[in-house]
Design a protein around this ligand. Structure first.
Ligand SMILES: Nc1ncnc2c1ncn2[C@@H]1O[C@H](COP(=O)(O)OP(=O)(O)OP(=O)(O)O)[C@@H](O)[C@H]1O
Length: 501
């Protein structure tokens, strides 16, 4: 009863406009004013202690709890872009609610229902124990009550039903969790950056994948001091049924100190998963199957999140593809940057604001004070990307990983952001691993490039060489595909390599 009323009203109240929401809210507030147990006892003359009627009424009294959970979840989900997309594609509200909204909120609803089942059994037993339930229908409450009467003569008569009642209500919660997990298809538990299979772990500790591992991407690797980042034979896989599907298959690359390396390839070639492996932010279901990642001489594979945290922001930093979705809409730009500056720079209170304003100025934001006080929705996409860059370089990291940093921006803003990255790279002598599928960006910014296809590195070398004479057919086809556009010319691109640097 609680599930039927609460979920239906929650879906309707959360999804439709204010009038419907206010009406359902008012109704459920009213229901909540009834004290549960006392109402059931008062209604005894009507229900005659029949547990079915008692539980139906109790279900109505419990419905507001379910309603509130569902309504809140629906309010959060209904503004998601995929719900808008379903709406504009002409799906009816009923279909959107049933297919897109209910599907997302079912997890919390299932666990809450299991808890309600335990509560209902407990309440029914309590009523029977107090003698306000039916005497004919056997129940835990009746058994416990009669056992209580004989407590000193036969204590086990009281103990056994009490234990079983506790086990039953407790197991409802476990059942709810299991049903939720089964529905969510065993949503994976978060993993460490890497939990490679034993064989790989042994290989790593044997030193096979040490810093002396050969650089197979043709990189200078920063000369005698060795590369800043060295990825060797990296494998990343995702579960596919009972098996694992490798999406990064033995990738090796290096980035020397102060070097800009482009990681290029078509969509789905494994660029982002390679970059995420270095940052230790792979999806929870991802597995590192083999290989080694050394950053500034330290092996990252096998480190826990807590061990990686001090490196993030200080040694390696990240600029994402979608600037807007990486800023929290609830806080001003200033407070988000201040938090970061406080954590990574350990800036003293009072100094934080000045430090953040200086950073905003450094990333060429025209009115830093206004942007500092703005919420993310009050600034443009280009401005948001500058804010994220400011946050990323706050600690002058030695390596900046930029994942398609200009893809979401229009062409003029793209050029400005690239100029900014170039300036920052020079000023801070920072290495950049630039994930992109745009050869124009590579030509503009990168010293070297690594071309990936289907999870593997197919070609690497200095940008000038690869542009002038691509060896692999795939690189040629990638270059060819952009050169189809009239304004690109291979010779012009090859000559323009590094022109901006
Ligand atoms: N959570 C996931 N579960 C299963 N497969 C995934 C998951 N995330 C990524 N993949 C798969 O990994 C492969 C590589 O993805 P990746 O994001 O690295 O591609 P990419 O080269 O960065 O592409 P894009 O430029 O479009 O971001 C793709 O085939 C993708 O489907």
């Amino acid at each position: 009863m609680a599930l039927a009323i609460g979920v239906t009203a929650g879906l309707v109240g959360g999804y439709f406009g204010n009038v419907t929401r206010n009406a359902t809210e008012w109704l459920f507030n009213l229901v909540m004013t009834f004290p549960g147990l006392i109402t059931l006892i008062v209604l005894m003359p009507l229900t005659r202690g029949d547990y079915r009627w008692t539980m139906l009424i109790y279900g109505v009294l419990l419905a507001p709890g379910t309603y509130r959970i569902v309504r809140n979840l629906v309010v959060a989900v209904k503004n998601e872009l995929y719900v808008d997309a379903a709406r504009v594609s002409g799906l009816s509200d009923l279909r959107i609610l049933g297919r897109h909204v209910l599907f997302v909120i079912r997890g919390p609803v299932i666990t809450n229902t299991a808890f309600l089942m335990g509560t209902a059994i407990g309440v029914q037993s309590g009523l029977a124990f107090l003698g306000v339930g039916s005497k004919e229908v056997p129940s835990f409450g009746l058994m416990i009550a009669s056992g209580f009467g004989n407590l000193y003569l036969v204590p086990l008569q009281f103990v056994w039903p009490s234990i079983l009642l506790g086990l039953l209500t407790g197991s409802m919660v476990l059942l709810g969790n299991s049903v939720r997990d089964a529905f969510e298809l065993g949503r994976p538990k978060p993993q460490k950056l890497a939990a490679p299979p034993v064989a790989v772990g042994a290989q790593l500790s044997d030193g096979v994948a040490s810093s002396t591992a050969p650089s197979t991407d043709g990189g200078a690797g920063g000369g005698t001091a060795g590369p800043l980042l060295s990825v060797h034979d990296l494998g990343v896989a995702f579960p596919a049924g009972d098996d694992l599907r490798e999406v990064v298959k033995g990738v090796s690359l290096t980035v020397g100190p102060g070097e800009v390396v482009g990681l290029v390839g078509e969509s789905g070639s494994g660029k982002s998963q390679t970059a995420f492996s270095v940052l230790g932010v792979l999806a929870p279901e991802a597995r590192i199957t083999r290989g080694s990642i050394r950053l500034d001489g330290r092996e990252l594979i096998g480190l826990s999140d807590a061990e990686l945290r001090p490196l993030r922001g200080r040694v390696v930093s990240y600029i994402p593809q979608e600037p807007m979705s990486n800023l929290d809409p609830c806080f001003t730009v200033g407070s988000q940057l201040t938090e970061r500056v406080r954590r990574t720079l350990g800036a003293a209170r009072g100094d934080e604001r000045r430090t953040v304003l200086e950073l905003l100025e450094r990333v060429e934001i025209p009115d830093p004070a206004r942007v500092f006080a703005s919420y993310p929705h009050q600034i443009s996409g280009g401005m948001a990307q500058r804010v994220l860059i400011a946050g990323a370089v706050a600690c002058r990291p030695r390596l900046l990983i930029a994942d398609e940093p200009t893809t979401a921006l229009d062409v003029t803003v793209q050029a400005e952001i690239l100029d900014l990255l170039r300036g920052l790279q020079k000023d801070f002598d920072m290495a950049i691993l630039l994930v992109t599928h745009n050869f124009g960006v590579v030509a503009d910014l990168c010293d070297r490039l690594v071309v990936m296809r289907d999870g593997e590195v197919v070609e690497s070398g200095s940008t000038r060489e690869v542009f002038a004479a691509p060896r692999h057919a795939y690189t040629r086809s990638l270059l060819g595909s952009i050169l189809d556009e009239d304004y690109f010319d291979v010779d012009v691109l090859a000559k323009s390599v590094g022109a901006g640097r």
